[in-house]
Design a protein around this ligand. Structure first.
Ligand code: SF4
Length: 484
C-alpha cells in the first residue's frame, strides 16, 4: 500500500537529498535548461513576466541593497508602450510606493532598451530581473536620475514542467538495478516520486494563491493545462490579461469575445476574407461584442501574446484552446466547488463539469475560419479533464493544507494514465529499456507517469555523462534498504 501523504514525498525527497548531497530544489537547473532552449529573447522575457504576475516567486523579497520588499499589488499588465506592469503598489522598507514595475531578463536591459532615457518609465518603483553581471554593479535610474530599487529574483520556485528539450532516448545504466527490483519495489519508488511531484505542484499553487488570489491562481493553472506544452505560457498570459473575476461579470458570449479579442484573434479586416457562412456568422458575433470592449483590453502589437501555431494537433489549435478556456469560465462555479468543498468523487465531479456542454461552433471547427468538419469534436476531452484534475485541482487541494490532503492523494493514485507522449516514452525507454510489459505496467496510472517524469527530471536531465556518473543506479540499493 502506498504510504500516506506526505510520508512518501518525504521519503523521495530524502533520497534525492542523499543522492545529490543537497536538499535544495532542482528548479534552478530546470529553469536554466528551459532558458537554454532556442526561444526568442522576447518569449523568454514574457515567460518570466507571466511567472512574476502569476505570483510564482511569491511577494516578499530582499532587494539588491538589502531592502525589505513586499509586493502589495502586482498591478496590471500594460497593454501599450511603457513599463510591463502599471498601477502596482510596493512596500519598500515599510514605505508604500505606487507606480509601475519593469521586468527584464538582465539588469542591463534597462539601459540597452532605452528605459533610462524614456519618460514613460519615470514612475517605475521597482526593477525586477533574473541576471546581473558578476563583477560590476549596474544601477537603475529614471530619466530624472531617480534611483529605482532593484530586485534580483531568487531561485525560481515554479514548476514549469519538464524542459521542452529532451535528449535522445537510449536505455540507461539504471535498467539493470531496476530489473533486479521486484514490481512492488519499483511501484513504491514511482509512488514516492509521484507524491513528491504532487507536493511540488501544490507548493507552486500555494505560492501563487497567497501572492495573488486563490481563484485566479487556479484559473491560470487550468489555462496552462489547456495550453499543452506549446501554448502554456500564452494561455497563462491570457488568463492574467482576462482575470476570472472580470470574466464572471460578463455574459458567456461576452466572455468568449473578450478572450478571443485579448488573445489577438479578432481581426476585423480578416472577417471579409472568410467564405464559410457559419465561421462568418460566429466571427461577426464575436466581433460585435468585442468592439465595444476592445479599447479597454486590446494590446498594442509589441505586447501581443506569443501563440505557437506549429507542432500541435489541429484539435489543439490555439483558438480552440481559447474556446476551451471560455468553457472553463462558464463552468467556473461548478469547478470551484470541487476544491473548496468536500466532494466524494473528484474525477466524477470534474467530468460532470465538462460533459454535455451546450452545442457550440467549436464542436465542428478547428479554427475561426476553417470549414466545418463532419465529426463532432470535444473542446476538453478526457485527457485534458484528467490533467486538469491531476495537475491542478488535486495539487490545489493538497496546497490548501486541510484534512483532505490524503484523500486527494488517494484519488490521484486512482487516476488512469494519460495518453503516452514523447516525454513519457523517452523516460520509459531510459529506465525500463526494451521491457515493454514493465513499461506498460508502470505507466498505466497517472501518478506512475508523473513519478517516472520526476525521476527522469531529477536524474536523466541532470546527467551529462551518458549515464556514467549518474548516481541513481548505485543509490537504488540505498532506497531498497530504507523503506518508510
Ligand atoms: S541518467 Fe541515470 S537515471 Fe537516467 S537513464 Fe542514465 S542511469 Fe538511469
Amino acid at each position: 500500500m502506498t504510504p500516506p501523504f506526505p510520508a512518501a514525498a518525504e521519503r523521495y525527497e530524502a533520497f534525492r537529498a542523499r543522492v545529490w548531497g543537497r536538499s535544495t530544489s532542482h528548479v534552478a537547473s530546470r529553469s536554466e535548461s528551459r532558458f537554454a532552449l532556442n526561444e526568442t529573447r522576447q518569449n523568454i522575457e514574457l515567460d518570466l513576466q507571466a511567472q512574476w504576475f502569476g505570483g510564482e516567486f511569491g511577494k516578499v523579497f530582499t532587494g539588491t541593497d538589502g531592502e525589505k520588499i513586499e509586493i502589495v499589488q502586482f498591478g496590471h499588465w500594460n497593454r501599450g508602450a511603457g513599463p510591463d506592469f502599471t498601477e502596482s503598489a510596493v512596500r519598500i522598507d515599510g514605505e508604500l510606493r505606487r507606480g509601475s514595475i519593469e521586468i527584464d531578463l538582465d539588469v542591463r536591459s534597462w539601459e540597452t532598451h532605452g528605459h533610462g532615457s524614456n519618460r514613460n518609465f519615470n514612475d517605475v518603483v521597482l526593477h525586477v530581473f533574473k541576471d546581473r553581471p558578476a563583477l560590476n554593479r549596474y544601477f537603475t535610474c529614471s530619466e530624472e536620475h531617480r534611483n529605482i530599487p532593484q530586485l534580483l529574483l531568487p531561485q525560481f520556485t515554479g514548476l514549469e514542467g519538464p524542459p521542452d528539450f529532451l535528449p535522445e532516448a537510449r536505455p540507461g545504466r539504471c535498467i539493470a538495478p531496476l530489473a533486479e527490483m521486484d514490481d512492488h519495489e519499483v511501484g513504491e519508488l514511482l509512488d514516492c516520486a509521484a507524491q513528491y511531484r504532487l507536493r511540488l505542484k501544490s507548493e507552486r499553487l500555494s505560492v501563487m494563491m497567497n501572492a495573488t488570489d486563490p481563484d485566479q491562481a487556479m484559473f491560470q493553472a487550468i489555462a496552462e493545462a489547456l495550453g499543452f506544452r506549446m501554448n502554456k505560457t500564452a494561455m497563462a498570459i491570457l488568463a492574467q490579461r482576462c482575470p476570472v473575476s472580470k470574466l464572471l461579470k460578463l455574459s458567456p458570449a461576452e466572455r468568449e469575445a473578450r478572450l478571443f479579442g485579448a488573445a489577438g484573434f479578432l481581426d476585423h479586416a480578416g472577417l471579409e476574407s472568410i467564405n464559410e457562412d457559419d465561421s462568418k456568422t460566429y466571427l461577426r458575433e464575436l466581433w460585435d461584442r468585442w468592439w465595444v470592449m476592445r479599447d479597454d483590453v486590446q494590446l498594442e502589437p509589441s505586447r501581443a501574446i506569443p501563440w505557437c501555431f506549429h507542432g500541435s494537433r489541429p484539435l489543439n489549435h490555439p483558438q480552440r484552446r481559447v474556446a476551451a478556456l471560455a468553457t472553463v469560465t462558464n463552468q467556473w462555479e461548478q469547478l470551484r466547488k470541487i476544491w473548496v468543498q468536500h466532494v466524494n468523487n473528484f474525477e466524477k465531479d470534474v467530468n460532470n463539469s465538462f460533459n454535455n456542454p451546450p452545442a457550440t461552433y467549436w464542436n465542428h471547427h478547428y479554427t475561426l475560419s476553417s470549414a466545418a468538419s463532419e465529426n463532432p469534436m470535444k473542446l476538453i476531452g478526457k485527457d485534458r479533464q484528467r490533467d486538469i484534475l491531476g495537475n491542478v485541482i488535486l495539487p490545489g487541494i493538497v496546497g490548501l493544507g486541510d484534512d483532505r490532503e490524503n484523500s486527494a492523494w488517494v484519488s490521484y493514485t486512482q487516476l488512469r494514465g494519460a495518453a503516452m507522449n514523447q516525454k513519457l516514452r523517452r523516460a520509459g525507454l531510459r529506465l525500463f529499456g526494451a521491457e515493454k510489459d514493465r513499461r506498460k505496467l508502470f505507466t498505466s496510472y497517472y501518478h506512475q507517469q508523473q513519478g517516472l517524469l520526476q525521476i527522469y527530471h531529477d536524474f536523466c536531465l541532470e546527467d551529462a555523462s551518458n549515464c556514467e556518473n549518474c548516481p541513481f543506479p548505485e543509490q537504488l540499493s540505498q532506497w531498497r534498504s530504507r523503506p518508510v
